[in-house]
Design a protein around this ligand. Structure first.
Ligand SMILES: [Zn+2]
Length: 321
């Protein structure tokens, strides 16, 4: 969190800044963990000040401001970052303020409770190094069926784990991956290389449908209330969640089976065992991670890595989902 729908909501929300000139970039004092900012020091503000915001794009779970000096400001909210035009949830966690002239909005803030966010000002070469196609795959809202299958099917990883790999497909995180598997009626631990053609078709369709629907609903504001749109208002897609964080509730699709929770590569996965039945095609380690909560922490550490487990740890660090 935030994933593609939340970041796309932020992007659309800050479109009133388009064409505006950045008159100042202020780093606000925050006693909490500092953000990762590049370049450090005064150069961060100097590179942006006086420049016009020509384009506002989204790259997976990041916002990209294209400036008139050909530099890009890449804002990565990671766990608790928010981009705001008004009314921050608290003053404590405001980190950066951009002052803008000549646009419909006069300022933009970056707010981050945990401080895991990253904001970088980069030139074209650096952009390619950090965010090129070798790092970030095609956007999950734009990818066609053939590319979707091609990028995922060779993997021996579980489908829900593979959907989180930003190099394969950009934008899907832990919440929406579970929702996609449920709508597609595919068990989240099914090995990618054993998924059938009809299931791929459903997975691709479910990815587009879930993400587009979540964007229409301005994303999901979970129980911790952290995620808000740029005007500090809740999203509403949490009311449509099919399985995420609904352990023990009855599945709304089949109307009779309880949603269960398992752990895959140290992340919680929710699914309906009736709508997403087990088959022989599962990644073997999934059964060993279905444990009562009190044993789960020990199990996660001691269990052998599932297929792709090592890579997953590395990519979690870089994507911060
Ligand atoms: Zn069901």
């Amino acid at each position: 969190m935030p994933e593609l729908p939340e970041v796309e909501t932020m992007r659309r929300g800050i479109l009133p800044l388009l064409g505006g000139r950045i008159t100042a970039v202020e780093r606000l004092p925050c006693p909490r963990r500092p953000l990762t900012i590049a370049p450090r020091g005064e150069k961060f503000a100097r590179l942006q000040t006086g420049q016009t915001i020509d384009e506002i794009e989204r790259l997976g779970k990041r916002i990209v401001l294209r400036l008139s000096n050909e530099l890009a400001v890449v804002i990565e909210p990671r766990m608790t970052g928010l981009v705001l035009l008004a009314d921050p949830p608290s003053r404590d966690h405001l980190r950066i303020c951009w002052r803008i002239r000549g646009a419909a909005a006069k300022a933009m803030w970056f707010w981050d409770r945990r401080g895991l966010g990253v904001v970088r000002v980069v030139d074209a070469k650096q952009f390619d190094r950090y965010y090129g196609p070798h790092k970030i795959g095609p956007d999950a809202l734009a990818i066609d069926a053939a590319a979707f299958v091609e990028r995922l099917q060779a993997s021996r990883r579980a489908i829900k784990v593979a959907l989180l790999d930003q190099r394969a497909l950009a934008g899907v995180g832990n919440l929406y991956a579970a929702e996609i598997c449920h709508l597609a009626r595919v068990h989240p631990a099914t090995r990618c290389d054993r998924i059938r053609a009809d299931e791929w078709t459903r997975l691709h369709g479910a990815t587009l449908e879930i993400l587009a629907d979540a964007v229409r609903n301005e994303g999901s504001t979970l129980g911790d209330g952290t995620y808000r749109n740029v005007l500090n208002q809740h999203g509403s897609y949490q009311n449509s969640h099919r399985v995420y964080d609904r352990k023990g509730e009855i599945c709304t699709s089949c109307g009779q089976t309880e949603i269960i929770r398992i752990v895959q590569t140290q992340r919680a996965t929710f699914f309906c065992p009736a709508c997403q039945p087990k088959s022989r095609r599962l990644v073997a380690s999934v059964t060993s991670t279905t444990l009562p909560a009190k044993n789960r922490a020990t199990q996660d550490k001691s269990s052998p890595k599932s297929a792709g487990g090592k890579k997953r740890v590395a990519s979690r660090r870089s994507e911060g989902v």
